[in-house]
Ligand binder design. Sequence first.
Ligand SMILES: NC(=O)c1ccc[n+]([C@@H]2O[C@H](COP(=O)([O-])OP(=O)(O)OC[C@H]3O[C@@H](n4cnc5c(N)ncnc54)[C@H](O)[C@@H]3O)[C@@H](O)[C@H]2O)c1
Ligand SMILES: O=C(O)[C@H](O)COP(=O)(O)O
Length: 531
Amino acid sequence: MTKPKVLISDKMDPNAARIFEERGCDVDVITGETPEELKARIGEYDGLAIRSSTKVTPEILEAATNLKVIGRAGIGVDNVDIPKASSHGVVVMNTPFGNSITTAEHAIAMMLTLARQIPEANRRTQAGEWPKKDFMGVEVTGKTLGLIGSGNIGSIVASRAQGLRMKVIAYDPFLTPERAMELGVEKVDLGKLLERADFITLHTPLTDETRNILSRERLEAAKPGVRIVNCARGGLIDEAALKDLLESGHIAGAALDVFAEEPATDNPLFGTKNFICTPHLGASTTEAQVNVALQVAEQMADYLVSGGVTNALNVPSLSAEEAPRLKPYISLAEKLGSLVGQLEGPDVNAITIEVSGAASELNLKPITAAVLAGMMRSWSDSINMVNAPILAKERGLDVREVRHAKEGDYHTLVRIIATTPERRREVAGSLFGDSQMRLVEIAGTRIETDLEGHMIYIVNEDNPGFIGRLGSVLGEAGVNIGNFHLGRRLPDKHKGGDAVLMLTLDQAPSKEVQDAVCALEGVKKVRALSF
Ligand SMILES: NC(=O)c1ccc[n+]([C@@H]2O[C@H](COP(=O)([O-])OP(=O)(O)OC[C@H]3O[C@@H](n4cnc5c(N)ncnc54)[C@H](O)[C@@H]3O)[C@@H](O)[C@H]2O)c1
Ligand SMILES: O=C(O)[C@H](O)COP(=O)(O)O
C-alpha cells in the first residue's frame, strides 16, 4: 500500500512531522509558498496541515486532486473554503481546545497591558525619558468585563477575570442560563454590554453575523472610556471607527492581536494613541503549539491511515476504534448503494437505510454516507462520503435511517429501500464472518452473491430451457460466466413466476450482448452492472 503523503504548509511544531512519520505517512514541510506555488504542488498530497497563513481557496482545492483531509493546527478555519472542500470530498478538521488557554491568557495580558499602558511606558523609559508623570493607569479590580462570545476561550477569560476580581457580563446568543450560572457570568444583550462594560474582549468566530459586530454605531454607543481587546478575528471591529474613537478619547484603549487584513504591515491604526497590537500571537506559546501540532497530526493520520474522524467540521466524527468495525459495513453500504444507483439511475427521490441485528448498534451516519456515495457515484464522478450527504440534500433526496435491534434471518443486515416516481427498489446485504459482504436479497428474491467486477442482472419468466439459451448467447459472444446465482421471487418461490439472475462475468457485456439477452423469450429486464 502506498503511504499517504502530507504537506505541512505553515510553521508548525516539529512534533507534527514526527507523528505523521511514526503513523506511516510521508511528510513534506514547505512553508511560505505563494498561492501559485502551493497550487502547483498540492496535487501530490493526501493531507494538508495548516495554521492561519495558508489560504485554502477554491483554486487550491480545484488543484488538490488527491486531497482527502485538511487539518488546522488551531481553531479558526476562516482561511479554508469549507463548502468547497466538502464538495470536493475533503474532510476539514481543527483542534478546538489545544490553544484556548494560551489565547485566553493573551487576552488577559492585553487587557492588563492596556490598563497600565505598558508598551508606551516601556518605550519611553528605555529612551531615557523617565516619564513617570505621564502614565496614570486604571485598576481592573471591581471593573466590569464584557465578553462578546463565551465559548471555550471566552469562558476561560471569564474565570481568569473573576480571579482578578472583575464582574463579568457576557453577550452570546448561544449561552444558556444554566451555563451562564456555571460560569458565574451575567448574560446580557449587546446593547447592555456596551452600556456597562469598562473592558470588552471579543471571542467569537468571524461569520456573517459577527462581521463588524463592533460597528461604528456600536462603538459610539459603548461606555465612554471603554478599553477593547480583540484576540479572536479581524473583521469583528470597524477599524476606521476604532481609530476615530481612540483619537477622540471616547475609547480609552484598544489592543488587537488580529486584523481585518493580515499580515497587517501597514494598518491605519498603527501609531494611534492608546492603541497596542501583536501580530496574531494569541496561540503562540510553546505549550499551545505542541498541543495543536500533536493533535492535528494524530487526527489527520487517523483519518488517512484508518478512517477515524475527530473534530471534523464537515463530516460526523468517527473514532479510530469505531473505524475498523465500520469498515466492512461501509464497503457493504457503498456496494448496495451502487447497485441501487445502477439499477434506478438518478430518478431516486427517497432512500431508507434500514439496519438490523448487529448493524443496529453502529454509528449510522457513515453507513448512510457510504450508501449515498455509492448510489450517486454511479451517476456522477468525484462523489465520496464527505460530499454525498451534502449533494443528497441539495438534490432534495429524502433520506431516512431505521434501526431494528432484533436479528432476522441474518445476524446483521443492511437494507436499502429506494423510491423513484415509478417504483420502490429494495436490496439487502449482510456480512459473513464479520467482514465478507454479500448481497442477500434483490427484487424480493433471496440471492447470495458478492458484488464484484462485471455482473449482469436479469429478470425473466421462469420457463424451462432459459438458462441454456442464456448460456449460448453469452458463450457465442465469448463472454465467460464466473459465478451464477439464481432465485425465484419470494411470493412465487415454489413455482413458475419470475426468476432473478445475478451473473459474474469475466468481462463487461457489450451493448449487443445485452440486447441479445434482452431479446430472449421471457426476459423482462437486463442491466449490466460494475463494482
Ligand atoms: N488570536 C489567536 O491567535 C486565536 C487563537 C485561538 C482562537 N482564536 C479565535 O478565537 C475565537 C473564539 O474561539 P473559541 O475557541 O472560544 O470558539 P468557540 O466556538 O468555543 O466560541 C465561540 C463563541 O462565540 C459565540 N458566538 C457565535 N456567534 C455569536 C454572535 N453573533 N454573537 C456573540 N457570540 C457569538 C458562540 O456561541 C460561541 O460560544 C475564534 O474566532 C478563534 O478563531 C484566535
Ligand atoms: O484560530 C486560531 O487557532 C488562531 O487564530 C491561531 O492562529 P495561528 O495558528 O496562525 O497562530
